[in-house]
Design a protein around this ligand. Structure first.
Ligand code: DAH
Length: 338
């Protein structure tokens, strides 16, 4: 005859199989395996069983506990899976996904990054200075006399305390030399500000890369070689580069550089891209006064400097007709450079 425990097992498994939901299943579990449950009660009663029955009942109880626990687990898992597929059934997987706009680098930043990469290959380090400057760094130390037209309020944004928004990045030349002795080989990318009439080629804010190279025996040949290499890396190997004599207070001699390339939209036209020259001895002397030493002895050191107009370069390279487009955040414009 079957042991009463066999019957118990059958009942338990049948009730598990027919439990309609998780709550009912939990009730079955408590009924058989809970504290006062049938299986538990049998275990508690083991003591009172005759000696020879104990091992038989013990083994049966273990089997039953394992079988019932496993059956409950399986049934619970079924309930969970059913719930999950019910949730998924409500999702329409044929609907289009949520798309995310991809950002891109601004054309001016692309231009800066490309330019910086070329100068870094030639061993130039990055330098920087503040946009709000003193007259000393922007003009006096750069050998620009008090009555120079650039200092005029019509050209320069002055702050009430006498400081100003730098009109060029040449300020960083002075700051770099004030803080370190020669030799120097740096570029300083950054913004500059002028009270220009805003039009297609002039903005109140624009961008430059300043360059400064000071060492023993630096010559115009080094200046030409460096800038020609840079411009051909940017605009292509067959770019023509022209140095035109010019005047800047802080360089002597001074030049403006024009480029011409059939690869560019500007085609056969010379376009001006850069001012440059050999650092004026008066600039070294101003720096020495500020440093209170003779580190930049103009008898020993020479240097070249240059200032590249980044907006201008980007306009030429990307064939952009109006400088104002850079700051208008018009996605129809910006997307073309993504
Ligand atoms: N600072 C000049 C400008 O903004 C550009 C320039 C000319 C920079 C000659 C230089 C230089 O370093 O040597 O127009």
């Amino acid at each position: 005859m079957a042991h009463p425990l066999e019957q118990l097992r059958e009942d338990a498994l049948a009730q598990i199989a027919s439990a309609p939901d998780e709550r009912a299943l939990e009730a079955v579990r408590v009924k058989f395996l809970g504290r006062g449950g049938s299986v538990t009660r049998w275990s508690d009663n083991m003591k009172s069983l005759p000696k020879e029955e104990k091992p038989i009942v013990g083994r049966l109880l273990n089997e039953i506990r394992t079988a019932v626990t496993a059956a409950i687990e399986t049934r619970a898992e079924n309930f969970r899976a059913e719930k999950e597929s019910a949730t998924l059934a409500n999702i329409d997987i044929s609907l289009p996904g949520t798309s995310h706009e991809r950002g891109a680098i601004h054309p001016l930043t692309q231009m800066l990054d490309r330019s910086i990469a070329v100068f870094r290959r030639m061993g130039f380090a990055l330098a920087e200075g503040p946009d709000i400057e003193t007259e000393w760094h922007c003009f006096d130390a750069l050998n620009t006399p008090a009555d120079h037209p650039a200092r005029n309020e019509q050209d320069t944004f002055y702050l009430q305390d006498g400081r100003l928004l730098r009109t060029h990045t040449s300020t960083v030349q002075i700051r770099t030399m004030e803080s370190a002795p020669p030799p120097i080989r740096v570029i300083a990318p950054g913004a500059a500000y002028r009270r220009d009439e805003v039009d297609a080629t002039h903005g109140a804010q624009f961008h430059q890369i300043e360059g400064l190279y000071v060492d023993e025996k630096v010559s115009v040949a080094n200046l030409k070689g460096t800038l020609e290499f840079f411009l051909r890396e940017l605009f292509g190997a067959d770019t023509a580069v022209r140095f035109r004599p010019h005047y800047f207070p802080f360089t002597e001699p001074s030049f403006e550089i024009d480029v011409k390339s059939s690869a560019l939209k500007s085609g056969e036209q010379w376009v001006e891209v850069c001012g440059c020259g050999m650092v004026h001895p008066a600039v070294f002397e101003a720096v020495n006064r500020s440093r209170r030493d003779n580190a930049y002895d103009p008898e020993k050191w020479t240097g070249f400097a240059f200032g590249l107009g980044m907006d201008r370069l980007a306009m030429i390279l990307f064939d952009i007709p109006d400088i104002r487009l850079f700051a208008q955040n018009d996605l129809r414009f910006l997307r073309q450079f993504a």
